[in-house]
Design a protein around this ligand. Structure first.
Ligand code: NOJ
Length: 459
């Protein structure tokens, strides 16, 4: 069973829900420009999104009603520092302080992510992450964050999913800023971003007004063993941490983004495999990246199957053609939560928060006015049962943040996907809790006891 102080929460990000306001003085981000260029599904943008900047009081009231006591959210760098560095936008600070105080008033503990992909456009124009100054830009942003929020926030996360903002943003071009720079430049970008993470940890701690807890939230699909034989488990573990992707997709990896942060070095196999593309890494760089952290976050949505091949190496196992897939076309793989936290904990030895997990479904408002989403309930029930198995085995899982509270702007897919447990009717901005929201309330309030796996145990 989950320990008494297990953290049950929901997650969101600034850009996906906030919207804009003519007078908010926020600066442009690469996502604003990307959307303006028509690169999002059906030309959509996040100018309004869930209009959260005007509705957060009601949104937190609803969260409280739904029994949510922890909330992972992010703040938009360009709302705090419109040009990325320099002048601070006091309106942005006031807005976020008010949001945080409001959620706390509702008994909701804030977990603040500094960077969930809102890179200031002005800094992009100065070279973005490719410019080594980005390390100090981000460090300075961390200082402003610590000075303005550490009195009311205890938990901070530096970055969300570097795999995605680096890989999709600069290698594949599918996310903002939409570049395809080739592996060599993108390794430099990743190295700078990792150094910026380290610098941010230093600055957060240095300028915090009290002791704070700091973590990091990377992602990746989980390699799950095809059978529970020792050989398949070992093969899955090896595959999970290996740099197996070709150079043009190299960023889709766990170890490249986590080994330096938690262990202080890049993975050996990647150093060899990608040698021709790599910049120089100094000892000082690695020390900067390797800052002590209080917890590790991991966003886990899916997994793939691995077994030991006849040659003794990990071998990918195809899933059958009729295997259940989510609307996003990701395999439904509840075991990924168990194997993910198990493998991560064995390697990095830090308490783990699942900083995101959830599913996009084809939700609609039913004739009775409700939104019935049995597939989501089933998905979450199975995933959480698998997480409970890891907890029962003594793996230090500190908490779980369901992605996401309300339907929102799903990046390049615009509003075509609904991951929320609360339905958003965009034309009216009406919020309708889905069945899964009421189900999750029971799970949180019973500390997981209401998961179906526990009924079976009782039987
Ligand atoms: C990961 C990202 O952090 C989040 O922003 C996104 O909406 C979800 N996954 C779902 O794709």
């Amino acid at each position: 069973m989950f320990q008494k102080d297990f953290v049950w929460g929901v997650a969101s990000s600034a850009y996906q829900i906030e919207g804009r306001d003519e007078n908010d003085n926020r600066g442009e981000t690469v996502w604003d420009v990307f959307a303006k260029a028509g690169r999002v599904y059906e030309g959509q943008n996040a100018d309004v999104a869930c209009d959260h900047i005007h509705r957060y009081r009601e949104d937190f009231a609803l969260m409280q009603e739904l029994g949510i006591t922890s909330y992972r959210f992010s703040i938009n760098w360009a709302r705090i520092l419109p040009e990325g560095t320099g002048a601070v936008n006091e309106k942005g600070i006031e807005l976020y302080r008010d949001m945080i105080l409001e959620m706390k008033k509702r008994g909701i503990t804030p977990y603040l992510t500094m960077f969930h992909w809102e890179f200031p456009q002005k800094l992009y124009e100065k070279g973005g992450w490719l410019n080594e100054e980005s390390i100090e830009w981000f460090g300075n942003y961390a200082k402003v964050v610590a000075e303005n929020f550490s009195d009311i926030v205890e938990y901070f996360i530096t970055m969300n999913e570097p795999q995605c903002f680096v890989g999709f943003g600069y290698l594949k071009g599918a996310h903002a800023p939409g570049d395809q720079l080739g592996p060599a430049k993108v390794f430099q970008i990743a190295h700078n971003a990792l150094k910026a993470h380290g610098r941010a940890v230093q600055m957060l701690r240095k300028y915090a007004k009290r002791p704070i807890k700091v973590g990091y939230a990377p992602t990746c699909g989980v390699a799950c063993p095809y059978t529970e034989s020792k050989e398949d488990i070992e093969a899955a573990r090896t595959a999970y941490f290996s740099c197996s992707q070709p150079a043009e997709n190299w960023a889709w990896t766990v170890a490249w983004f986590s080994d330096p942060v938690f262990l202080g070095h890049y993975p050996e196999d990647g150093l060899k495999k990608y040698a021709e593309y790599l910049p120089e890494f100094t000892k000082e760089d690695m020390e900067l990246i390797h800052q002590p952290l209080d917890f590790m976050g991991q966003n886990i949505y899916t997994g793939y199957l691995i077994r030991q091949g006849e040659d003794g190496n990990p071998q990918f196992v195809e899933r059958p053609a009729d295997f259940p897939m989510t609307v996003t076309n990701w395999p439904v793989a509840p075991e990924s939560l168990y194997w993910g936290v198990k493998f991560l904990y064995e390697r990095y030895h830090l308490p783990i928060f699942i900083t995101e997990n959830g599913v996009s479904c084809r939700d609609t408002i039913a004739g009775d006015g409700g939104v019935h989403d049995p597939d989501r309930v089933e998905f979450l029930d199975q995933y959480l049962s698998s997480l409970q198995k890891a907890v029962d085995e003594g793996i230090d899982v500190a908490g779980y943040f369901l992605w996401t509270f309300m339907d929102n702007f799903e990046w390049a897919k615009g509003y075509s996907e609904r991951f929320g447990i609360v339905y958003v009717d965009y034309p009216t901005q009406r919020r309708i809790p889905k069945d899964s929201a009421y189900w999750y309330k029971e799970i949180c309030q019973s500390n997981g006891a209401k998961l179906s796996c526990n009924d079976k145990q009782k039987e």
